[in-house]
Ligand binder design. Structure first.
Ligand SMILES: *[C@@H]1O[C@H](CO)[C@@H](O)[C@H](O)[C@H]1NC(C)=O
Ligand SMILES: *[C@@H]1O[C@H](CO)[C@@H](O)[C@H](O)[C@H]1NC(C)=O
Ligand SMILES: *[C@@H]1O[C@H](CO)[C@@H](O)[C@H](O)[C@H]1NC(C)=O
Ligand SMILES: *[C@@H]1O[C@H](CO)[C@@H](O)[C@H](O)[C@H]1NC(C)=O
Ligand SMILES: *[C@@H]1O[C@H](CO)[C@@H](O)[C@H](O)[C@H]1NC(C)=O
Length: 304
């Protein structure tokens, strides 16, 4: 495994220079090294024990600048009114960060999104369907899913993401591994543009299984996962799995603490194998038309 990746980055700045009445666009290229690894702050704590603060620093860290352009799809506004104090807490939940950099942006019209865990909030799935992806949504806990009926692109399955295939787990839910689901949907050799895992506590076991089986995460471009630090004694285990995922080539480009839940974090990674940033400057230099295409591709998707 490579510990460090050196890539050429396209800096965000564009210089517009007036020359004889024409505007010429320069794209500034720079070579810089990005350290894809997570932070090492943890190593300074010999005994983590109850130290959720160390966990907080570790999980809140993100690789700033690794994704130049990301957009949060979906989300719903929630209110939490405190009657006695007239104090109202508002926030958004359910939105997921998608990196839209070259090579990573889901190609509209031919992208595949897997979404595990809905809590009957279909905002992310609707947004991705509207963007142009085929969305496969899974949640075994919904009795009467309020699935949006305005999109042909959303497919719902009453199945949960598990570490084994079973018709009935102790909760009475049908579960399947990611490898089996991909096989069933004929996606074993098809890249998954975005994998959302929001299974409320199960995620560590699932991640461990996916890392071990070596096939589940093959050809997965981006992953978002809500992680829960439920047991302080297990913080080392949580970090170990995160490090293994990151050592295998997933770059953590996004992290945020969940304001609604103690010790829960929204993390998102992209697969470095798909990031084509290092190839960009060559393409731009070689062919002026590609530059125009690039500008078009950099437009933000519609706000939904
Ligand atoms: C309302 O807010 C006050 C002050 O922040 C807090 O002490 C109280 O427990 C809250 N009440 C409820 C019902 O959340
Ligand atoms: C809370 O709201 C009510 C009605 O809007 C108002 O009469 C009252 O003064 C408010 N209380 C405080 C503590 O702001
Ligand atoms: C679609 O869902 C909306 C809201 O849930 C409902 O009002 C509408 O009747 C549904 N349309 C169809 C064709 O089922
Ligand atoms: C994770 O834990 C396993 C088993 O304890 C160990 O072999 C491995 O080196 C650890 N990996 C990291 C990145 O800490
Ligand atoms: C990236 O590609 C290499 C070489 O094919 C492979 O070994 C590695 O597992 C890939 N990483 C990810 C995260 O897919």
């Amino acid at each position: 495994m490579k510990e460090r990746q050196h890539v050429t980055r396209l800096t965000t700045g564009l210089l517009f220079i007036a020359f004889a009445g024409f505007y010429i666009v320069f794209i500034v290229l720079s070579s810089s090294s990005i350290d894809w690894r997570g932070p090492s702050i943890w190593s300074t704590f010999t005994s983590v024990g109850n130290n959720f603060a160390a966990g907080h620093d570790y999980f809140l860290w993100r690789n700033d600048g690794s994704c130049h352009l990301y957009f949060e799809f979906g989300g719903r506004v929630y209110w939490d009114r405190n009657e006695t104090e007239n104090f109202t807490l508002a926030g958004i939940d359910g939105q997921k960060s998608v990196c839209l950099d070259p090579g990573l942006a889901p190609p509209p019209g031919m992208c595949v999104v897997y979404s595990f865990g809905l809590s009957d909030d279909w905002s992310f799935e609707s947004a991705m369907a509207q963007y142009g992806c085929d969305v496969y949504a899974f949640d075994p806990s919904l009795q009467f899913p309020k699935m949006p009926n305005n999109s042909q692109r959303i497919n719902y399955f009453n199945i949960g993401l598990g570490t084994i295939n079973t018709k009935k787990d102790p909760r009475g839910w049908k579960m399947a591994t990611l490898t089996s689901i991909r096989k069933y949907l004929l996606h074993s050799y098809q890249p998954i543009d975005y994998l959302k895992i929001d299974t409320g506590g199960d995620e560590w076991l699932i991640l461990e299984h996916m890392l071990q089986d070596g096939r589940s995460l093959r050809l997965v471009k981006q992953i978002s996962m809500e992680v829960h630090l439920l047991h302080s004694a297990r913080l080392h285990y949580y970090r170990n799995l995160t490090q293994r995922l990151e050592a295998s080539g997933y770059v953590r480009f996004f992290s945020r603490q969940n304001p609604w839940m103690k010790n829960a974090y929204e993390l998102a990674w992209f697969n470095v194998n798909y990031s084509s940033k290092s190839q960009l400057p060559v393409a731009i230099r070689a062919d002026g038309r590609k530059e125009a295409d690039l500008m078009v591709n950099y437009k933000l998707p519609p706000i939904v």
